[in-house]
Design a protein around this ligand. Sequence first.
Ligand SMILES: Nc1ncnc2c1ncn2[C@@H]1O[C@H](COP(=O)(O)OP(=O)(O)OP(=O)(O)O)[C@@H](O)[C@H]1O
Length: 347
Amino acid sequence: MATISPPVAAIRVAVRDALRGVRGHVLVACSGGADSLALAAAAAFVAPRAGLVTVDHGLQPGSAERAAAVVSWARDAGLAPAEVATVDVSGRPGGPEAAAREARYEALLDAASRHGAEAVLLGHTRDDQAETVLLALARGAGPRGLAGMPARREVGGVPLLRPLLDVSREDTRKACAALGLSPWEDPHNADPSYARSRVRHGALPALVAALGPGVVGNLARTATLLADDTAALDSLATAALASARTPDGSLSVPALAELPRALRTRVLHAWARELGARPAALSHRHVAALDALVTAWRGQGPTHLPGGIAVSRAGTHLTASSRAGKTASSLADGAPSGSSPAEGLLL
Ligand SMILES: Nc1ncnc2c1ncn2[C@@H]1O[C@H](COP(=O)(O)OP(=O)(O)OP(=O)(O)O)[C@@H](O)[C@H]1O
């Protein structure tokens, strides 16, 4: 009897576990790299119905050929539908990486809705999670950033699943080798002009050399622990925001002032997003300035948030207005920043 290689088996188990309760059709987002190729091969084996989408960003020579090769493999592997989504990344805000990511997620969500997929599967591994945590630590992120990438997150009504967050990158490579698959090597992954690449090839190996091989798994575990804490605090903050709200859409300063800082800053962050501040542009400085309107009030002027929103203290209320002259309640109703569901997604 043929034996299955342990990495292939481990990845199939991880995918099966992630799909527990999913009866319908799922789509694998596959770049052709080892991680998502191993994921797609496992999904073809364990999912009741799985298809594949590969996004062609048109940013590298040969990207169309790569996409066509991935789709051709997927059809042979029994994944249906298997399709290329071609995206235009020009004219989007942020750097080229952020633009490509946003365009990619939009295309994936669009494919999911066209095909009525119950979920989209992404190939992020434990190593990607450890890199994400290190990058977050280095930029001084709070618990939300240190919580890394969620195993499940709903965006625009579509669950995005990451079944491989407990699987090492080495195992996805071994699985591909065991299955006779030749993954595509993304040249960006080795390009030292990207911080993630420097973490992958420099910082993380140095930490492993200094502290031992458990570092990668431990960083990833930190993300899981903080994700639990963050989810609990977020639900408390949602309730606290509802209690601090007044009928005209402003927030009650006394209600905010009595909250512990950890909750208050979450409430203010959530309110700023609701008012239309783009998540990617909203920094801890904006939230600290909002907090000062509550806790360090000395008659200061308004706090300006990304998206042309100004928040002022008026007596015992925080009120918001936009450059266009809208007030807090109409701002919150209208999602004025034009943000897409894919914006602000953590990769
Ligand atoms: N061009 C693409 N088309 C479809 N999905 C993609 C594409 N690029 C990335 N993805 C999805 O996002 C995940 C993370 O991609 P990223 O490039 O950040 O990591 P990676 O470790 O290089 O992954 P991989 O080895 O699968 O390319 C991939 O595993 C895949 O699910």
